[in-house]
Design a protein around this ligand. Structure first.
Ligand code: ATP
Length: 668
């Protein structure tokens, strides 16, 4: 079974194994660059080996394993064997069995899933405790004897103060999370989870798992992770590389859709219309409205000959291409090809040989006729026509009746730019431009797309994501209670349909690993007022502290709370309305306290998905009152704390925030 000394000796074997892998990878870099069949594979192989060599040599000296499974003799497949499980596979000596098994391998699954009730052949599960790279101890569960208990190592990992960016959770993935991490590649899933239930962690580990299980397919097709903003990505983007996965594209939807600079902003009324699913129809009609009925034949001069495609034939060609429901750009090229084919037939009937150069020349020569019936289109031009105004005039154009007059008035430019080149685009316009671009030419898709904070996606944004997962699958992560956009989701079924996966399973995660129990209780009192139909959650954490402090001067009060927070280790986040960030930053600095380092002052609008060890929420009533879904915003702010939450307020607290049981919160 192994004593601590045995296990320490095993750590040495792992180190030797890693050295062997590193030497092997280095040798292979040299060989790989010369042996691969073609340039593309040589490059790929070379890149792969180089990154493996780099990874292995730069591997932070993390623990080589975190767990061990000893199978009982009764297990058919693994009878009597023991396996160490770690973040990465470590090869054994002389082609022998690996010394460490990757956490994603099928056999590792039992580490996360086996229980006394269902031991899955496991006699003993061992969890290791480390201090840096020193193995400090282990905990055993003799599942074959029905032993299974609360793990101290697990609790310590979950309750550890947070510093720096988010870490992986491979050592402590919970069974309900493991189910989602290992869901089949072809299944799209939607995870509804209260704050801190590990949605983001699950999404990232699912990406790593899928890449392991379907490496070939996904390396080619690509995996995309979409987060709500850059700060969030900064917080989570190190997790996949530490799991050895460098090739996942992690970005925000806005960045993914940015084809033109955003230099203007919409008011809420305009944004709401622009994000409505009906805009897809408006844009479709505007784009296809550019196609006009042919009124002239196509005539191509060719030396002494003149080739002609009659008006009625051209009309048939155009109608046929329209009916084929091809992307607009492909339709245009089909019309061109059919016109050229018709001319080729005529020419050949007259004894002309149609070689490639001649065909190309004819194809060029028909462009003016093609432009007249099926003009080339750029997304900006189409959107310019839609937003150009005046509203009443645009409303009469194709697609006019899809929106009401008031809606047209909301989105058309009050002072239209002179030309498309001088148009100033907004963030919502990016989504519309993407819609048009995709109607002209299908965008690149991915094998798997993971979208976080998905409750905030608008119907038009969902369509943009759906297009990228059309031939792949989706992991949708979110919490209906945390929706803060005007178009936030109220039901996952609707969103999954908009995301193109109406049959995607919706699964709830209900155990919170971030927020301490007392804080969850307080935040939960808001739920009734949020109108979101979400299951109740419980916190895994019995530790933590909640304090409500009424002050006369908010800046002073917050600075005092910060000073106290500095006495503990871990990150500190002050969360306030966007407008209060500056004055509070000054107030904190004026008290001689450093902003930056482990203290951040965060606008409530950017706090989503983040967590701090100690959170100070400044003036909840102001956060709740700052926007239409201000109470949802407050719910997000209150649920960022890992160890301690201070609520500091000069104004009365919002009445929706009550003590469990319904008593209003007494500030003092
Ligand atoms: N099984 C686990 N073991 C250890 N830590 C975990 C586990 N699951 C989640 N955590 C930790 O709990 C915290 C919250 O996780 P995460 O950010 O993924 O939750 P979330 O559901 O996305 O939250 P939110 O809705 O607030 O964005 C993180 O620090 C994460 O590492």
């Amino acid at each position: 079974m192994g004593t601590l000394d045995d296990e320490r000796a095993y750590v040495e074997r792992c180190a030797a194994g890693l050295r062997r892998m590193l030497d092997g990878a280095r040798d292979n870099v040299i060989v790989g660059e010369t042996v691969a069949g073609d340039r593309y594979s040589a490059e790929r192989l070379g890149r792969h080996l180089k990154s493996l060599a780099k990874e292995l040599s730069e591997e932070p000296d993390g623990p080589p394993f975190f767990g061990r499974l000893d199978f009982g003799h009764g297990s058919a497949e693994h009878g009597g064997r023991a396996y160490h499980i770690g973040r990465r596979h470590i090869t054994g000596e002389h082609g022998g069995p690996p010394v460490v098994i990757d956490w994603r391998a099928p056999v590792s699954r039992a580490f996360y899933r086996a229980s006394a009730r269902d031991p899955q052949g496991v006699a003993l599960r061992r969890r290791f405790g480390w201090s840096g790279t020193t193995l400090t101890g282990f905990e055993d569960e003799r599942l074959d004897r029905g032993e299974e208990g609360e793990s101290r190592i697990l609790a310590a990992e979950i309750e550890r103060p947070r510093v720096g960016p988010m870490r992986d959770i491979v050592a402590t993935i919970q069974p309900e999370q493991d189910d989602l991490v290992r869901a089949e590649l072809d299944t799209s899933i939607c995870v509804q989870g209260a704050p801190g239930t590990g949605k983001t962690a699950v999404g990232l580990h699912r990406a790593a798992y899928l890449l392991y299980a379907h490496r070939r397919r996904l390396e080619r097709a690509g995996v995309l992770v979409l987060g709500p903003n850059r700060t969030f990505l900064g917080y989570v983007s190190a997790v996949l590389p530490t799991l050895g996965e460098m090739d996942v594209e992690q970005t925000t939807l806005e960045r993914l859709l940015t084809t033109v600079p955003v230099t203007a902003a919409d008011g809420e009324a305009a944004a709401v219309v622009k994000h409505d699913a009906r805009m897809a129809e408006v844009l479709r009609l505007a784009l296809y409205g550019r196609i006009v009925k042919p009124v002239e034949p196509v005539v191509v001069a060719d030396g002494s000959a003149r080739w002609r495609v009659r008006e009625d034939e051209l009309r048939r060609i155009v109608d046929g291409a329209r009916r084929a429901s091809l992307p607009y750009g492909v339709g245009r090229e089909r019309v061109r090809a059919q016109v050229v084919a018709s001319i080729t037939r005529q020419a050949e009937a007259r004894g002309r040989t149609a070689n490639a150069a001649w065909t190309r020349a004819v194809a060029r020569a028909v462009t003016p006729s093609l432009d007249a019936v099926w003009p080339a289109a750029k997304p900006e031009e189409v959107l310019y026509e839609v937003l150009r105004g005046p509203a009443a005039e645009v409303a009469r154009a194709p697609g006019g009746s899809v929106l009401t007059e008031a809606e047209w008035a909301a989105i058309t430019w009050p002072r239209p730019p002179r030309s498309v080149r001088s148009a100033r685009w907004t963030a919502a316009d990016l989504v519309l431009l993407d819609e048009v671009a995709a109607m002209i030419e299908r965008p690149r898709g991915y094998g798997h797309v993971i979208v976080d904070e998905a409750q905030d996606l608008s119907p038009m944004e969902c369509r943009a994501v759906a297009r990228r997962a059309e031939h792949g699958s989706l992991t949708v992560l979110g919490d209906l209670a945390q929706g803060t956009t005007p178009w936030a989701a109220t039901s996952w079924q609707d969103r999954m349909a908009l995301l193109g996966k109406p049959d995607g399973r919706v699964i709830a995660l209900t155990t919170g690993f971030r927020v301490p129990g007392a804080v969850v209780e307080l935040a939960n009192t808001l739920l009734a007022a949020l109108g979101a139909d979400v299951p109740a959650t419980r916190s895994y954490r019995a530790d933590g502290r909640l304090r409500l402090t009424r002050v006369t001067d908010l800046g002073e009060g917050v600075a005092a709370a910060v000073r106290e927070a500095y006495a503990y280790e871990g990150s500190i986040g002050v969360i306030a309305t966007d407008a209060a960030v500056e004055p509070l930053t000054s107030a904190i600095s004026n008290h001689g306290l450093d902003v930056g380092g482990r203290l951040s002052v965060v606008p409530a609008s950017a706090a989503k998905g983040l967590e701090y060890d100690h959170v100070i929420v400044a003036e909840p009533a102001a956060i709740a009152g700052a926007e239409r879904r201000g109470l949802n915003r407050l719910y997000v702010a209150l649920t960022r704390a890992v160890s301690r939450l201070d609520v500091v307020h000069a104004r009365p607290l919002p009445p929706q925030l009550t003590r469990p049981g319904g008593r209003p919160v007494d500030a003092r």
